[in-house]
Design a protein around this ligand. Structure first.
Ligand SMILES: *Cc1c(COP(=O)(O)O)cnc(C)c1O
Length: 394
């Protein structure tokens, strides 16, 4: 059936190249975990998980156990040696699914460990055969064990338990701040946590820290050094960069831009292009009002093009009267409010626009490009939200 025209195109070859580029920055000291949460940032887990595995990824991560089950179905452990990490927290009762689907949970609450241990015992797992990564709260106050609360968590890994402390994880919450001060404070906290882990007689393999901004902003070296001091290997978790968007730093690096970031801006290619089409064109007289509440008034006779993309598709309502889309390789302003299912473009100055013309919402047409940061800047958000709010019906 012919579909209402509002769709995204995903270039998995770009995703593969982006992964290989990031891997080349990381090699040989840093392992990468490809972040595929929230349906691969709206890019489709079903397309993106196989692509990163083709590019050589051995670790992928998602938010929840249910996303993990979906990811595992795409890379059955019998066929592919891929590890699937659940980074968003396992809720009590999900332990059995973690065991059954061979997922690697990030945990920090004693109750999470008890649930996993019970599930592992019920499945007859041997001592030390269910790997988990322990999250440490190094300052974000969102999740993770605090230094004070670490002792009761570490006792869950006593000899004989099926649980294995495979990794120690934290999240750098200001990795895009170019002065790096918060990173350093967090790594100092992490170092204290590692001392407590060692004092408990536990020797995890992986130090699991940092996102795209850490990899591109040059924090990798400090993470590798910290890991090495504790006999561990470093692991970083890029998401946004995989999809071809280099994170912005605040304030921007003036002169000493890290080499990795500079390379990233020329090497990463956006994986997603979002398109719609004109389905109807009309001419209105001067004085005509456009869209809900008539927030736009035609100042002259105008040609208007209707496109089938609205806020229910993820096109932010905040873009009305403030943004342009691409048609016939030119920028056509969005006039009036964005509706739930439609938006209206001013095509008065663009010759020949007619029903059926392809319209680019995010991506390149001819020599013009609209980026996720362009959307984010105008709608008061960040590229992560721009991608993840693209609606399922798109
Ligand atoms: C989403 C997420 C990432 C990836 O972050 P990017 O900025 O997209 O690279 C890394 N770690 C954790 C814990 C996350 O939740």
């Amino acid at each position: 059936m012919q579909m209402r025209p509002c769709w995204v195109e995903i270039r998995t070859s770009f995703l593969e190249n982006n992964y290989r580029f990031l891997k080349s920055l990381a090699a040989p000291d840093i392992e990468l975990v490809a972040i595929l949460k929230a349906d691969a940032y709206g890019h489709s887990l079903a397309l993106c998980a196989p692509a990163v595995l083709r590019a050589g990824a051995r670790w992928i991560a998602v938010t929840s156990v249910e996303e993990g089950v979906a990811a595992r179905a795409l890379c059955p452990s019998a066929d592919i040696a891929a590890r699937v990490m659940v980074i968003g927290g396992v809720v009590p009762g999900q332990g059995a699914a973690v065991v059954e689907h061979g997922l690697t949970a990030v945990v920090w609450e004693p109750a999470q460990l008890d649930d996993l241990e019970m599930a592992a015992r019920a499945a007859g797992m041997r001592a030390g055969s269910l790997p988990v990564h322990l999250e440490i709260d190094t300052g974000m106050s969102r999740q993770g064990a605090s230094l004070e609360g670490l002792a009761p968590v570490l006792t869950r890994f006593e000899p004989g338990s099926p649980l294995k402390l495979e990794g120690v994880m934290t999240h750098l919450f200001a990795a895009d701040e170019s002065d790096g001060q918060i990173n350093h404070a967090q790594l100092a906290q992490l170092q204290q946590a590692l001392a407590l882990v060692e004092a408990a007689g536990l020797y995890p393999d992986w130090l699991n820290v940092g996102s795209s901004a850490s990899l591109l902003g040059g924090e990798g070296g400090a993470i590798v050094a910290l890991a090495a001091r504790h006999g561990m290997k470093a692991m970083l978790r890029p998401g946004l960069a995989l999809y071809g968007v280099a994170p912005r730093f605040d304030p921007p690096f003036a002169t000493e831009e890290p080499a990795a970031l500079k390379a990233a801006r020329s090497q990463l290619r956006p994986v997603l292009t979002w398109k719609t089409a004109v389905i109807s064109v009309r001419t209105v007289p001067a004085g005509a009002v456009v869209g809900y509440n008539g927030t736009f008034v035609a100042t002259e006779p105008m040609r208007l093009a209707l496109v089938t993309a609205g806020y229910a598709d993820g096109l932010s309502r905040l873009l009305g009267n403030r943004f342009s889309l691409l048609v016939r390789s030119e920028r056509a302003p969005l006039v009036g409010r964005v509706s739930m299912d439609h938006a209206v473009l001013d095509v008065t100055g663009i010759a020949g626009v007619e029903a059926g013309d392809e319209v680019v919402i995010l991506g390149t047409q001819g020599t013009e490009t609209i980026t996720a940061y362009d959307h984010a800047d105008t709608s008061g958000t960040i590229p992560w939200e721009v991608f993840t709010r693209i609606g399922a019906r798109v």
